[in-house]
Design a protein. Structure first.
Length: 387
């Protein structure tokens, strides 16, 4: 019951936490500040021809329409939601909910790309007294209830191992930065609060959270890359003899172009919108799970404001504006919905449509409504939220 509860609490959070933790990748500076991306779309008509403008189209996750996100025009999307057959893994622990492994790529080789990596449950019997006598029967590398038996690493060890598995042929590997991200762990702690309270009533300690990021440079297929990886490890060993990786993502670009492409990859990461209808269909609890999804989305929309209030109450030094500056973000007002939306601050102008497509540009005179290949739909500027 505890295991089921924890798994359900994290269902969809791979998608949802992306909005709540907008700017997490911005904490990984690698010692360099960001600059705006260079254009790869050129305006062909009047009104400031040649202006720098990057156009994004909102697309659905291709397998089940579980959520939508912004994709630069001309880029490709691969993968999506998938399900694990418990008969093939020896148990149900990784089969209760769907998983996501999806990549957004600039080209077929993925020289510039963003990837959502799946959440996996792993078994570690070392911290649960109920399994102490049987732990020897399940050595590292074996499977228990469908989970790989694997000791819990810290976030740095997990991300190093993940990098090696993603790039076995990488050479001249150099770790540029390792950075803990306790704020990401706090997001999951809050989302799992009800389940943790349940485990404590049963005499178990609450879950533990270890979040952080890694920046690494390496050579692969003759190209020198810079790559960022982020994850949050959720430690359920005491209550359920298991742990999992949540919100695991990666982005990469050639080293010489990393500063150019990072704002574009940030936009992809931060633009996710959950489909509540899919969430309800995928849920065995139906309406109750749909309500949970809605509540979670409302929580995500207010999480940063709660952080601000908490910091004000505790006399924290970093104020809300400092937080936006720190993460390279800004608050905008959507001209259609009138809602405040947090997004990258790397561009001076942000245009949107009623369908949620986006264009980001630094050119003051650029107007997509005057472009023949764009004016089939109405574009409006999204102004910065009034202070």
């Amino acid at each position: 019951m505890i295991t089921r509860g924890h798994i359900l609490a994290c269902t969809g959070v791979l998608v949802l936490a992306g909005a709540a933790s907008a700017g997490m990748f911005s904490r990984l500076r690698g010692g360099q500040a960001n600059v705006a991306a260079q254009p790869h779309d050129k305006a062909k008509d009047s009104n400031d021809a040649g202006a720098a403008a990057i156009r994004f189209q909102r697309q659905w996750e291709p397998k089940e329409r579980a959520y939508s996100f912004l994709v630069p025009a001309g880029w490709t999307v691969e993968g999506g939601m998938f399900h694990v057959n418990p008969a093939q893994t020896g148990g149900p622990a990784d089969s209760i909910d769907g998983k996501c492994d999806m990549t957004v790529k600039k080209d077929a080789a993925g020289t510039v790309m963003f990837r959502w990596l799946p959440t996996w449950n792993c078994c570690d019997l070392s911290q649960n007294p109920q399994f102490a006598l049987t732990a020897g029967m399940f050595p590292v590398g074996s499977r228990y209830q469908g989970m790989e038996v694997r000791p819990l690493p810290d976030y740095a060890g997990f991300l190093r191992g993940l990098f090696r598995s993603l790039h076995p042929a990488a050479t001249d590997v150099n770790v540029v930065e390792l950075k803990p991200m306790p704020e990401l762990g706090e997001i999951f702690r809050t989302l799992n609060k009800a389940v943790d309270e349940q485990t404590q009533l049963l005499g178990f300690p609450p879950s533990r959270y270890d979040a952080g990021g890694l920046i690494v440079e390496y050579t692969e297929a003759g190209t020198r890359f810079r790559e960022g990886l982020v994850t949050c490890l959720v430690d359920l060993r005491a209550a359920a003899a298991m742990w999992s990786n949540q919100h695991t993502q990666m982005m990469r670009a050639p080293v010489k172009e990393a500063r150019q492409w990072k704002p574009v990859l940030d936009i992809i990461c931060q633009s996710v919108r959950l489909n509540p209808e899919w969430f309800a269909r995928a849920s065995r609890a139906g309406a109750q799970r749909a309500q949970t999804a809605q509540e979670t989305m409302r929580y995500i929309q207010s999480i940063d404001q709660q952080i601000v209030e908490h910091r004000n109450q505790t006399h924290a030094e970093i104020r809300y504006e400092d937080y936006l500056t720190l993460t390279g973000q800004e608050d905008y007002v959507n001209p259609y919905t009138k809602e405040v939306e947090r997004d990258t601050a790397e561009y001076k102008h942000r245009w949107t449509t009623q369908q949620g497509d986006m264009i980001y540009t630094n050119a003051s005179g650029f107007n997509p409504n005057s472009q023949r290949d764009l004016n089939h739909q109405e574009w409006k500027l999204t102004p910065v939220r009034p202070r």
